[in-house]
Design a protein around this ligand. Structure first.
Ligand code: AMP
Ligand code: GLY
Length: 425
């Protein structure tokens, strides 16, 4: 199978490394890729935009791809999967109509309402909203306000705050940018990322993971795309993960079929486990980053065959997934200034020393051939171990030998879980 992966992050690097382990994958390509992927796949840097369906289809046809795996949400929401399918190419990733589950929070709420899935209550404000209307909506929420940009914002368009003035500022900023803004009730309880392979009504969950979204230790600082993750979750019993499938993912898959827009690809349910069980914070139409780096590190089932089964509508015929024992943990090394204004062009050293896996995201080569930073999240270091403590040690030991001027990372990935501080209440 000749496989083309679309994307350029550490998630796509993890996908490529897992695909490489599958003998069914005979040739790997990636576009636009990054500096760390050259050893794993043929990198097509300059093929055009990932959001351009015609450009992606032309590339896939040019290399005679048997399967295209779409990593990020932007091409999915732009309809790249539809164009590829129309050209007769198997693709892992939902149609434009199904990807709205991530692309429009209002659409996701509508699907959840029809499917009877628990989620936060929300009110929308549109650009041009009057002063009284804005204040009236702010009155309906609190003491913790959740203010979201109703568009694709990679987790960075959300402000969660107990300060009403800060909430108002974000409302004004989103409206001023010409986007609708959503205010939501605050969902309490530990967060879980559950990734499910979905092929119509067939839903197969991967190991549950937890992301660390805030920029700094102890969940301080701004929301980011994710600063680290670990899997599985020692505090989440297997029955609880099953409940997320039966109460959230399965009803949504069934509802999408009922609407005539069946889902095919990865459905990412981001839930908070509150007093009544799981409630949805968000859906994504793709693998999560950085959770994927940890989850795929433990997957024993060959990935190419699995993704191809989803793409060709045969997921129900696949044997049960197999996993390695133990734990995997990702820690993200971020550039100075991330998430607001990451600095680029700093030289990275020590990334190829061995130890834990070092996956590349925002990296490039400069004129001298040196590895340099080229984005906000620069590297994902993925440690494994028989215990969470071992996985942490493995990842952080490797990280300690990597240098990137001005960079920052969290030191507390999985620490609350290891200390037994997380429970389902
Ligand atoms: P989102 O972009 O919707 O994934 O939101 C990013 C992060 O903001 C989530 O991972 C949560 O940590 C937080 N968040 C979003 N919505 C809520 C909510 N209704 N209640 C509590 N936290 C939330
Ligand atoms: N880890 C959060 C995301 O992928 O959206």
């Amino acid at each position: 199978m000749r496989i083309l992966v679309i994307g350029s992050g550490a998630r796509e690097h993890a996908l490529l490394l897992a695909l490489q382990q599958d003998p069914a994958a005979t040739e790997l390509h990636v576009a636009p890729g990054n500096a760390g992927m050259a050893g794993v796949a043929t990198v097509h840097h300059d093929f055009g935009s990932v959001a351009d369906p015609a450009a992606v289809t032309e590339l896939a046809q040019g290399i005679n791809a048997d399967l295209v795996v779409i990593g990020p949400e932007i091409p999915l929401v732009a309809g790249v999967a539809d164009d590829l399918r129309a050209a007769g190419i198997a693709v892992f990733g939902p149609s434009q109509a199904a990807a709205r589950i991530e692309g429009s929070k209002a659409f996701a709420k509508d699907v959840m309402a029809s499917a009877g899935v628990r989620t936060a209550q929300a009110e929308a404000l549109n650009p041009g909203a009057a002063e009284e209307e804005i204040e009236g909506v702010l009155d309906c929420f609190g003491p913790t306000w959740v203010v979201k940009d109703d568009g694709l914002a990679a987790g960075k368009g959300v402000v969660v705050t107990t300060d009403r003035a800060t909430a108002r500022e974000h409302v004004d900023a989103v409206l001023a940018a010409g986007n609708p803004v959503l205010l939501e009730s605050f969902l309490d309880g530990p967060e879980i990322s559950l990734f499910c392979l979905v092929d119509g009504e067939t839903v197969v969950p991967l190991l549950p993971a937890q992301d660390h979204k805030r920029a700094y230790d102890n969940d301080e600082g701004p929301n980011t795309g994710g600063m680290g993750a670990y899997t599985p979750l020692p505090w989440l019993p297997a029955e609880a993960a099953d409940r997320i499938v039966t109460e959230v993912c399965q009803p949504v898959a069934t509802e999408m079929v009922r609407r005539g827009t069946p889902y095919s690809g990865l459905l990412y349910a981001g839930v908070a486990w509150g007093a009544e069980g799981p409630a949805v914070i968000e859906f994504n139409a793709r693998f999560g980053d950085p959770e994927t780096q940890a989850v795929l590190a433990l997957l024993k089932t060959p990935l190419a065959g699995l993704l191809n089964a989803v793409a060709t509508g045969t997921l129900a015929e696949q044997p049960a997934l197999e996993w390695e024992e133990g734990y995997a943990l990702t820690v993200v090394l971020a550039a100075e200034g991330y998430p607001a204004a990451p600095r680029k062009g700093d030289v990275i050293t020590g990334a190829d020393r061995g130890g834990a896996a070092v996956l590349h995201a925002g990296t490039a080569r400069n004129g001298q051939g040196e590895l340099v930073s080229a984005g906000g999240r620069v590297l994902s270091i993925v440690g494994k171990g028989v215990s969470l403590a071992d996985a942490r040690e493995n990842a952080y030991d490797t990280l300690s030998h990597i240098s990137l001027p001005g960079s920052h990372h969290r030191d507390d990935i999985a620490l609350p879980a290891m200390r037994g501080e997380i429970s389902l209440g």
